[in-house]
Every structure is written in structure tokens, then in C-alpha cells.
Design a protein around this ligand. Structure first.
Ligand code: PLP
Length: 406
């Protein structure tokens, strides 16, 4: 049977034939199955997002119920819908803010671009017309729209597209002195700093002690807004609802996506903290001229509501810490045996430092039925929060076997 070759895959070589891809046909819990019947432990929760695991009936049924009632309608002025209202209220309740506003989209990239634009317009409306610079961190990943591409601290992802968005400055990762120097030099022109609480796609880099606090302080001193990109960290990944709570630092704006719906239907957005939200609503003639056709989509909103309730009822926020404990036990043993150099991570997102190119090891693990990710010299593990202890053990054993084999 010939396989049609029309699908252009993201982050893939267009020259690669469609028949070489793993054709995923089903998923249950933390396991997926391909079209040959081979099973894999989903050690990346698909792409850092499937907190509750695959095939969960409460979410599937909530989507079906919503589809039967109202499958689609927009929330541009003058329209709204119950599902969008409810998911916004639930997200607000879990956030570190008292009474925030929640803007909705579909992808993390949309969330990032929305947050960047909100930060810029707030500064413009404050009369700070020169405040346009967005500070980004090395290793940061903020999606692939033009805004997010410009905000990325992964140089290869920024190269080759021609001119990106102007007014971005990069600071080396986890270095508060360098950030403070950038503020000393450009403070009056800085609109915002964008940072993941734990950098994810760049290789799982937790913040050094006090770094996010220092970042908050510098933003306050220079009237810059702090944007936390919680697209990976949000909804339990770091052992709290948001990374902001894990590290005890409250930003002005927070992006979210991925875990908010466990990816059952694409959902994302920006949580606008109380003070910025109040500022935006202070003048009745200010029109927020931004939005997406699918903002507040009833199906994604219904999926989000059911997913957040499931995370809560199954105690998956605490479970992330348990997954972390089990992962650390396994990785400690590999370090003691000299099999891996070290590891880093928080909650249920970990990177094992193997001291050499991780891609061949990742590929070998795939043939052994464990999905991990390779970034530089790190093998990454970010499983669904419902992953069983035995499956954590299988990840660790497979990592050891693949390191021995490759
Ligand atoms: C921190 C962060 N921000 C933004 C994005 C972009 O999200 P999306 O791929 O849904 O556009 C990602 C995706 O991995 C991410 O990890």
C-alpha cells in the first residue's frame, strides 16, 4: 500500500518519507500504540501536554456533550458562551491572582504573541512609547509564530527566516547580574521580560535559587512587565497549578496551553493579572483589538473544564511530585553506577545529562518502546502525571540499556 506523502510535518525534514514516521493509532493511560501493534510508554506526554493520560472518558464525554449542544461559536463582541466563561473562571481560580482576566486561544504560540502584544499595548497606553524591548533568556522556547520566534533563546530556531520582530534582547540563562546590566543600560525602553519558570523545550533548565525573584524585582524597579510562559509548566507539571506558585513569584501576565486541556482539543491563553486587567478595563472607550477566530471555542473550553476537574479530583498536582520522587530515585541509581552524569528538573519534568549527543540514545529508546526526547546531551522525561511507578522504572531501565547499546 502506498502512503500519501502530503503531510508536511513540523520540526521534521521535508525530504523524509511519510512511511518512516511512527503512525500512532491509539492511546490508553501512559501508553500509545502504533499501526503495527507496538506499544510505547509515552514518556513525553505527547509533546509535554497530556497530563491526564490518553483515552480519558470524562473529557471525551464532556466534548461530546458540548458538541451536541453548541459545537462552535465565536466570542468576539457581542457573543459569549457558557463553556468559555466556565473555563476562564476555573483557570482564574487556579492562578496566583485574585481576580484576573483570561484571554483564550488555541496554541501556545498564539498565547505568547498575545502576551507580548498585551505587554506592548499596556506600556503604550501608560504613555511609555519608548518601552518596546522584550528581554528573552538563552534556552527559552516560546513557540514559532513571528513573536514567539523572536522571543526564543534557541538561536537555530530564529535563523533563516529573514527579519524577525525588532526590539528583542537576550540575556544569558540564570544570570541575574547580566539581567541587571541589561536593565541598567536599557531599563527605560524595556516593556517586558519573558521567561518560562522552568525552561522546557530548551532542555529542562530549572531557575537557580532567587533568579525569578531577582527578575521580578528588576521588572518592578524599571516599570517593566513580567511574563511567565507557563505553556509547559502550567497545570501541574511542576507540582503546583503553575510554576509561579512552585517558585513563589507572581508575574503580571501568564501564558498557558498544553496541560490546560491535556491536548484533547487545542486550548491556550493568557492570564492577565489583576493590576494589568484593571488598567485595561479602566477606560470604557479602549477597544482590545486582538483575538482569534477560535478564541473561546466551546469544544476546547469544555475539554479544558473537564480536564481541570479531572486533575483536581485525581490529585494529579501532588502526583507530579510523586512522579518526580520516583524518577529521582531511578536516576540517582544511574548516577551512582556512573551511567549518567547527572540530572535536573522539577515535579514531573526531568533531564538526564548523559554527557554525549542524546539523539541516538533517544532513537534507541524508541525502538525499545519508550518515548523520550533528546536535546543536546540531555534525555528528557515528561510523562503524563498518571504514569505508574513501574513505568517510571521502565524509563530508567531503558535509558540504561540504550546507553549501553549505543
Ligand atoms: C514554553 C512554551 N511556549 C510556547 C510554546 C508554543 O506552543 P505551541 O506549539 O502550542 O504553539 C511551547 C511549545 O512547546 C512552549 O513549550
Amino acid at each position: 500500500m502506498t502512503v500519501p506523502n502530503n503531510l508536511l510535518h513540523p520540526f521534521a525534514y521535508p525530504a523524509k518519507s511519510e512511511s518512516e514516521f511512527v503512525n500512532v493509532v491509539s492511546g490508553e493511560g501512559a501508553v500509545i500504540t502504533d499501526d503495527t501493534g507496538k506499544q510505547y510508554i509515552d514518556g513525553m506526554a505527547s509533546l509535554w501536554y497530556c497530563q491526564v493520560g490518553h483515552g480519558r472518558r470524562p473529557i471525551i464525554e464532556a466534548i461530546q456533550k458540548q458538541a451536541d449542544k453548541l459545537t462552535t461559536y465565536n466570542v468576539f463582541d457581542p457573543f459569549t458562551n457558557e463553556a468559555a466563561r466556565e473555563v476562564a473562571a476555573l483557570i482564574a481560580e487556579k492562578s496566583p491572582f485574585d481576580d484576573p482576566r483570561v484571554f483564550l486561544g488555541c496554541s501556545g504560540s498564539e498565547a505568547v504573541d498575545s502576551a507580548l502584544k498585551i505587554a506592548r499595548i499596556v506600556q503604550q497606553r501608560r504613555g511609555h512609547s519608548g518601552k518596546q524591548i522584550i528581554v528573552r533568556r538563552t534556552h527559552g522556547y516560546h513557540g514559532t509564530n513571528f513573536g514567539g520566534t523572536s522571543a526564543q533563546g534557541i538561536a537555530l530556531n530564529r535563523e533563516g527566516w529573514g527579519d524577525l520582530v525588532p526590539h528583542f534582547l537576550e540575556v544569558p540563562n540564570n544570570n541575574i547580574e547580566e539581567l541587571s546590566k541589561v536593565f541598567a543600560e536599557h531599563g527605560s525602553n524595556i516593556a517586558a521580560v519573558i521567561s518560562e519558570p522552568v525552561q522546557g523545550a530548551g532542555g529542562v533548565w530549572p531557575p537557580e535559587d532567587g533568579y525569578l525573584q531577582g527578575m521580578r524585582k528588576l521588572c518592578d524597579q524599571h516599570n517593566a512587565l513580567l511574563i511567565f510562559d507557563e505553556v509547559i509548566c502550567g497545570f501541574g507539571r511542576t507540582g503546583s497549578w503553575f510554576g509561579a506558585q512552585t517558585f513563589g513569584v507572581t508575574p503580571d501576565l501568564m501564558t498557558f496551553a498544553k496541560g490546560v486541556s491535556s491536548g484533547y482539543v487545542p486550548l491556550s491563553g493568557v492570564i492577565v493579572g489583576d493590576s494589568v486587567a484593571q488598567e485595561m478595563a479602566a477606560e470604557s472607550d479602549f477597544l482590545f483589538r486582538h483575538g482569534y477566530t477560535y478564541s473561546g471555542h466551546p469544544l476546547s473550553s469544555a475539554a479544558g473544564v473537564a480536564n481541570i476537574k479531572l486533575i483536581e479530583s485525581e490529585g494529579l498536582i501532588d502526583r507530579a511530585n510523586h512522579v518526580g520522587k520516583k524518577t529521582v530515585e531511578g536516576l540517582d541509581a544511574l548516577v551512582a553506577d556512573g551511567i549518567v552524569k547527572g540530572y535536573r528538573g522539577v515535579g514531573a519534568m526531568w533531564a538526564a545529562d548523559i554527557g554525549r549527543d542524546a539523539i541516538p540514545v533517544r532513537n534507541d529508546m524508541l525502538t525499545r518502546g519508550v518515548i523520550a526526547r533528546g536535546v543536546g546531551e540531555a534525555v528528557i522525561w515528561c510523562p503524563p502525571l498518571i504514569v505508574e511507578d513501574e513505568q517510571v522504572g521502565q524509563f530508567v531501565e531503558t535509558l540504561a540499556s540504550s546507553l549501553a547499546a549505543v
